[in-house]
Design a protein around this ligand. Structure first.
Ligand code: NDP
Length: 434
């Protein structure tokens, strides 16, 4: 921590991984001797650049742009771009570090990266977002490519932003390649990509539930967030017969004890994706309670799916979930549970899966989008969904293998960290000291 002491989130992510890898490394000293961990925590390359753009009033605005190229041992750098005012080097390095393990777990050939900007797309016009994206790509284009670094979306970067970024890349390079994933379906995107992270998280949660000999059907599920991941996690829970009782945004959460059914969920899709409105409007429309400035973890549930942002589920939230009988937590977001919250879950021996395993479905389908782009063909919805489902089951099996199952309980933290680590470490050793 003497190095870059201000990088709190990055240290948090590394600490969690090192803590769980330590016994494994002591049993396998070759990784220590070859300093694999020391090499893993140092990005291969960090690009930091200025993003100047002009707002609708004609004023000049300046934001910061970043791309962290963390590790390319098993494939081109792969990971999303985040546009959010909280973006800084620490957050992006934590996300890039996690991405290395996650991408390894998918079994697809993808290294780890992450990028973004402190630009806030909220309350910006489409033209402002376009001008920002064009300026951002005017620098980023020289650092990425379909065989070197393939960015995707993340918080604040959805289909609209990927479109503007792709358009500018194409114009600068004069080539139509799969340099970004999350593209529109008419121009190289993959079916099921928008759904993939949320669906994958729920497929994974279903496998976890089966460790207890139970199913998600009939379970009460609490979800945080109401963005891409949260929306499709909710949709898959409904399809599997579960009942979703909460959703949230950064202003507060709604609690619908009747359950958010398909019709109400369609309204949330419309509210969030078309109107870019607030979750509070759901409470006004359907007459259910809304809790301003709060997170949904005080609501009794069987399953919790945090799908909003890092460090959104604290120790007191974990205690409250456990007190109310929650049996399973699967992270749709990246590192939404603080280390203290994770400690509570592990101590209580409920089933808890970290994001690098549970939310790997998004990047897995991004990998499938790259494969389709390379072959210049499109798979059907069922084909992609089937592959996603198989990948999530395989990641689950890997976690069970390395997380040592005992009487239906698995340490998914150890499982995901060791499972993700081994493949990358072996590739780094094979490729020499680079
Ligand atoms: P979106 O931008 O679509 O949605 C983010 C959601 O989180 C919004 O509802 C947002 O509310 C809410 N949120 C943001 N900040 C806070 C806060 N401080 N407190 C509470 N809620 C907040 O992003 P995604 O759904 O794509 O991403 C969500 C999480 O999933 C992130 O951690 C991301 O890294 C992770 N992830 C995403 C993948 C993907 O494929 N999209 C893949 C793997 C992981 P508001 O509208 O008020 O900002």
């Amino acid at each position: 921590k003497a190095i870059d002491p201000d990088q709190r989130e990055f240290h948090q992510a590394v600490h969690e991984v090192v803590e769980s890898l330590a016994p494994f490394l002591l049993d396998n000293p070759k990784y220590l001797k070859l300093k694999i961990l020391e090499r893993l925590v140092e990005p291969e390359r960090v690009v930091h650049f200025r993003v100047p753009w002009v707002d609708d009033r004609g004023n000049i605005q300046v934001n910061r742009g970043f791309r962290i190229e963390m590790n390319s041992a098993i494939g081109p750098y792969k990971g999303g771009l985040r546009f959010h005012p909280t973006v800084n080097l620490s957050i992006l390095k934590f996300l890039a570090f996690e991405q290395v393990f996650k991408n390894s777990l998918t079994s697809l050939p993808m290294g780890g990266g992450k990028g973004g900007s402190d630009f806030d797309p909220k309350n910006k016009s489409d033209m402002e977002v376009m001008r920002f994206c064009q300026s951002f790509m005017s620098e980023l284009f020289r650092h990425i490519g379909p065989n070197s670094d393939v960015p995707a979306g993340d918080i604040g970067v959805g289909g609209r932003e990927i479109g503007f970024l792709f358009g500018q890349y194409k114009r600068l390079r004069n080539e139509f390649t799969g340099v970004l994933t999350g593209k529109g379906i008419e121009w190289g995107g993959s079916l099921i990509r928008p759904e993939a992270t949320g669906y994958g998280t729920v497929y994974f949660a279903q496998e976890m539930m089966r460790m207890k000999g139970e199913e998600l059907a009939g379970k009460v599920v609490s979800i945080s967030g109401s963005g891409n991941v949260a929306q499709f996690a909710a949709q898959k829970v409904l399809q599997l017969g579960g009942k979703v009782v909460t959703m949230s945004d950064s202003s507060g959460f709604i609690h619908d004890p009747e359950g958010i059914d398909e019709e109400k969920l369609a309204y949330i899709f419309e509210l969030k994706n078309e109107q870019r409105g607030r979750i509070k409007e759901y409470a006004e429309k359907y007459g259910c309670p809304y809790f301003a400035g709060q997170r949904p973890w005080s609501v009794p549930c069987d399953v919790a799916l945090p799908c909003a942002i890092e460090n959104e589920l604290h120790e007191d939230d974990a205690v409250s979930l456990l007190k109310n009988g929650c049996q399973l937590v699967a992270e749709g977001a990246n590192m939404p549970c603080t280390p203290e919250a994770v400690h509570q879950f592990l101590k209580a021996r409920i089933l808890y899966a970290p994001g690098k395993a549970a939310n790997a479905g998004g990047v897995a389908v991004s990998g499938l989008e790259m494969a389709q782009n390379s072959m210049r063909l499109n798979w059907t919805r069922d084909e992609v969904d089937g592959r996603l489902h198989t990948i999530m089951k395989t990641i689950h099996e890997m976690c069970v293998r390395h997380g040592v199952e005992k009487n239906g309980w698995v340490n998914y933290v150890d499982g995901a960290n060791i499972g993700g680590f081994v493949k990358v470490a072996q590739a780094m050793i094979a490729q020499g000291l680079v």
